[in-house]
Design a protein around this ligand. Structure first.
Ligand code: KG4
Ligand code: ZN
Length: 344
């Protein structure tokens, strides 16, 4: 019958960094509401996320985003099947706000609690708009804190085949944006500036890790950009910000695309997905699309709003954990350095 009682409705909460978010997700794939309260403006004056301020802003916003998420979905708390929350990795104080809130709501309403790994959420963002996507597939995870190439063996089960040896891809975007005066948040600003620039103007190195074909390294690239800027400043050359942005971005995109596509081919997968904030990058999406098409690989990607931090992705991942019976106890705690594929 597909009746109402069979639907699994999850209220999900996300507060691991600088977005306070809540969403209602049905059966893991249908987003009934997706509310995001961003703190970007508050942190912009400081040039980055200030953890203490983030925690306080989450406290101010969390009840409101939850109420909005339920209202926009046209649902009541009583109708939820379970309450889900990101419990790591992330800023400890920020995570604690969401975890405490989710525990209080779940306990008071007599609902089961599901703890979700933030990165598992990013990967699950791909399930929202791609009803046909099912594991196994290869996924490139590129966020502010993570750069991982994984095989998604099953829902919530990852085999890591590559990772960054130094900076995460998003971190490189943020640091270079600061160096060329674009400010915070760096990723979207470089993305925009690069559209006006020439990606071939400056040849920056493509970082590689000897003997580890699927690992990434961005610190050499970051230094190369800084050296270029210093040299130009010393010799009085004018710097074309758009060209630096476009050339830097091209180097990152080349490194990401070449490894992801090679991994899919080597491991014999014809499905490749991208996840995390950097997956919103227009150059990365275009280059990945082109390379996948050439190699006969199906390319999956979430809409930009589901790439950067949101609670809908947490609700999607939570559905699969709930179906597996992975429920959290009332002692669920924030785990700031939770590793991928680990349960805290
Ligand atoms: O996944 P996310 O929202 O938060 C973390 O879990 O880290 O990722 C944030 C990162 C930041 O480094 C931000 O600069 C980057 O994603 N980012 C982008 C774009 N949008 C966000 N990087 C490149 N291009 C973008 N359009
Ligand atoms: Zn994230």
């Amino acid at each position: 019958m597909g009746g109402r009682t069979e639907d699994v409705l999850i209220l999900a909460i996300e507060s691991s960094c600088d977005e306070t978010a809540a969403a209602v997700v049905k059966n893991g794939r249908t987003v009934c509401s997706n509310v995001i309260s961003s703190q970007i403006e508050t942190h912009t004056v400081y040039g980055g996320v200030v953890p203490e301020i983030a925690s306080r802003e989450h406290i101010k916003a969390v009840n409101y985003v939850i109420e909005r998420a339920l209202a926009e979905a046209g649902e009541r708390l009583e109708d939820m099947t379970a309450i889900a929350v990101t419990y790591g990795p992330g800023l400890v104080g920020a995570l604690l706000v969401g975890v405490a809130e989710a525990k209080a709501i779940a306990y008071a309403a007599g609902k089961p609690l599901v703890g979700v790994h933030h990165i598992e959420g990013h990967v699950a963002a791909n399930f929202i708009e791609n009803p046909d996507l099912e594991p196994p597939f290869v996924c490139l995870i590129v966020s502010g804190g993570h750069t991982h190439l994984v095989i998604v063996r099953d829902y919530g089960e990852f085999e890591i085949i590559g990772r960054t040896r130094d900076d995460a891809a998003g971190e490189a975007f943020d640091k270079v944006a600061r160096a060329i005066g674009l400010g915070y948040p760096g990723g979207p600003k470089i993305d925009r500036a690069a559209r006006e620039g020439n990606p071939e103007a400056i040849v920056f190195p493509r970082g590689r890790v000897e003997g580890s074909p699927y690992d990434f390294s961005f610190s050499g690239l970051k230094s190369a950009v800084l050296n270029y800027l210093n040299h130009a400043q010393m010799t009085g050359e004018t710097i074309c910000t758009a060209d630096v942005a476009a050339s830097f971005q091209k180097s990152v995109v080349d490194s990401l695309v070449s490894r992801a596509v090679a991994a899919a081919q080597e491991y014999g997968f014809d499905k490749l997905a991208i996840a995390g904030g950097v997956a919103a990058n227009t150059a990365l999406r275009a280059a990945m699309e082109k390379a996948c098409k050439k190699s006969g690989i199906r390319f999956y990607y979430p809409s930009p709003i589901f790439c950067t931090d949101n609670a809908a992705m947490i609700g999607s991942a939570a559905y699969y954990e709930y179906m597996k019976g992975n429920l959290a106890g009332w002692d669920l705690n924030a785990v700031p350095n939770l590793k991928l594929g680990e349960r805290g």
